[in-house]
Design a protein around this ligand. Sequence first.
Ligand SMILES: [Zn+2]
Length: 176
Amino acid sequence: MRAIERGDVPTDALGQPKQYKQYENAQPDLMERLGEYCSYCERFIPTNLAVEHIQSKDNKCQPQLERSWNNFLLACTNCNSAKGTKVCDDTTQSYYYWPHLDNTFRAFVYKAGGIIKINPALNAAEQAQRTLELTGLDKHPNTSTKPTPKDKRWNHRRLAWKFAQDTKMSDCNFFC
Ligand SMILES: [Zn+2]
């Protein structure tokens, strides 16, 4: 989970902060700032990337933040549905690390086989572990929380790792 720079609310043609009539309308601005990547699992998803509400827009949580830029990230359907309505207010938000607020790249280490572990050098390991569980990034076939067939995140990480390793090996044939 890389740290991202979302920035302040974009401005309109008159230089005024944009007001989105529907939260979905913020997707192009978010993609321009963050790229077409899930803010949590980092997968490149050119279609079907949702405007993600950090604090849930559910009526029992923060419906008034439904169209608030500062409550937006981008998420794939897997990260979005794993997170659900678990982050409901400032208190629950503070239980986790956030890619727009924290140096989330340092919090985790990515291992062969698509496994994500907590960085052993990290002091606040509990917060990092909660973050993995919140987004379901701890799921892989050898855990009790196995990914569903529709959740390809673990397998995509595994393949990305393998691709990087194979590429490094073939580079070595020429340069090492
Ligand atoms: Zn994701």
